[in-house]
Design a protein around this ligand. Structure first.
Ligand code: ARG
Length: 460
């Protein structure tokens, strides 16, 4: 197929090189944005008397028909075209003739592709924010049902201090709230329009970029043509935000995988989100959580890929930048799918409150509270730490919990112990004894739930 730029060439591009360099197989995902951008561009050209009203009508109706035809599968975007921009323009010119050849006035594929990508990404970011909102809602709902469920809090994956399940879930709620915030931030910077920058230096026509930005619902116009066509930082930033979302999801997945194991027994995954084994009849595997954890690697790969593509590129456009799309689309699709599957899997997860509480009673998780008890009786903290450490050591030797020692036995370690020690180190009392803001106490968790609900509303 003859190229729209073939004028200065004496022979055709090598067949294999041509196919190899084509981006249509993946950038066809931008056809809606490309057509939308072209319609706005044609309108602006006519408004500015750069093309005639008649040309504008032919171009706009021609593009609308092409959009319908692609939507309906009547046009297939194939490797015969170099990229989506060339495909749309070629088909338009085949259909409407002369007027189609005027569409590319005052525009370059360099500002066109950057505009298409930003239009596409803005929609994608809004979708992700909605999906994060669904997940946060599910977390808050489950947290409300489990304010009274006590579980072990871990450090180093060793029993540390008791917490409520609600508190644990609200920790993730905070992470996903920041993820949504990061995406909003990225949205703001993506929301500037490169169109009208031309190839790199601006155009010689009296265009109206403000009007164009209004038509395309961009909040601003990119203020420097060379920057507008050269940078893909908006895509890098988005994939970085995606990577952080995946990192958070992967940690949560890891915990769910542990919780669903026979050893923990804290949760049971729904059949709809589990799979069996081809050989071991008893198996019920948490595949969805494992796969979200695994796909995290893929999104990180996209981040490294786009950063490496952009590294060291001289201004302005370079063909290398065509390689931005695969990581961008792949990261977006992976995050979208992961959020959908993860939220559904989480919503159907059943927690075993008794198993959690039983586990919370093991592992001397009230040792810090026992030390704090002594501090209240006037013992300096370091000394109290030492005393309880020795107490735990003898408890481990005897296979007892701290509360299983008699008062006399406790007094062998410190004469500050009184009858009230038993209430002070009761597992639930340990939670509610926390006074600091943001703690696992019932009062703090209630306040956190209220704040989370408020921030969710403020986001919509
Ligand atoms: N397919 C190209 C890309 O995705 C479009 C821009 C081409 N511009 C150019 N000057 N060759 O980057």
């Amino acid at each position: 197929m003859s190229k729209l730029w073939h004028g200065r060439f004496e022979k055709e591009t090598d067949g294999f090189a041509d196919e190899w360099a084509a981006s249509i197989s993946f950038d066809k995902a931008l056809y809606k944005e490309d057509i939308r951008g072209s319609i706005a561009h044609a309108r602006m050209l006519a408004k500015q008397d750069i093309i005639s009203g008649e040309d504008e009508r032919l171009i706009v109706s021609g593009l609308e028909e092409i959009l319908d035809d692609i939507d309906a599968g009547r046009i297939e975007l194939t490797g015969d075209y170099e990229d989506v921009h060339m495909a749309v323009e070629s088909i338009l010119t085949e259909r409407i003739g002369e007027a189609g050849k005027r569409l590319h006035t005052a525009r370059s594929r360099n500002d066109q592709v950057a505009t298409d990508a930003r239009l596409w990404l803005k929609e994608e970011i809004l979708r992700d924010i909605e999906l994060l909102k669904d997940l946060r809602k599910a977390l808050i709902k489950t947290a409300k049902e489990h304010t009274d469920t006590v579980m072990p809090g871990f450090t180093h994956l060793q029993h540390a201090q008791p917490v409520s399940l609600a508190f644990h879930l609200l920790a993730y709620q905070q992470m996903f709230a920041r993820d949504a915030d990061r995406l909003w931030d990225c949205y703001r910077r993506t929301d500037a329009m490169p169109l009208g920058s031309g190839a790199l230096a601006g155009v010689t026509y009296a265009t109206d970029r403000e009007y164009l930005a209004g038509e395309l619902q961009f909040a601003a116009v990119c203020p420097n043509a060379m920057d507008a066509v050269s940078d893909r930082d908006f895509a890098v930033e988005y994939i970085a935000a995606c990577s952080i979302i995946m990192m958070h999801l992967s940690r949560f997945c890891e915990e769910i995988i542990l919780w669903c194991s026979g050893e923990f027994g804290f949760a049971v995954a729904d059949d709809a989100y589990s799979t069996g084994s081809s050989i071991m009849p008893q198996k019920k595997n948490p595949d969805m959580a494992e796969l979200v954890r695994g796909k995290t690697g893929r999104v990180y790969g996209s981040l490294v890929s786009i950063l490496t593509v952009m590294k060291g590129l001289p201004l302005a456009y370079n063909k290398d930048m065509q390689e931005d799309k695969v990581p961008l689309f792949d990261a977006a699709g992976t995050v979208r799918g992961s959020l959908v599957v993860f939220t559904a899997m989480f919503e159907t997860l059943r927690f075993d409150a008794d198993a959690m509480e039983a586990a919370a009673k093991k592992g001397y998780m009230n040792a810090t509270d026992a030390a704090d008890y002594l501090v209240c009786k006037g013992v300096p903290f370091r000394e109290a730490h030492e005393i309880i450490g020795a107490l735990v050591l003898s408890a481990t030797k005897e296979g007892k919990a701290i509360e299983e020692f008699s008062l006399d036995e406790l007094r062998e370690h410190s004469d500050k112990f009184g009858e009230d020690i038993y209430d002070a180190i009761d597992i639930r009392a340990c939670l509610d004894a926390k006074l600091s803001d943001g703690s696992t106490s019932g009062a703090s968790v209630a306040a956190q739930i209220e704040a989370a609900e408020k921030s969710l509303k403020a986001f919509s």
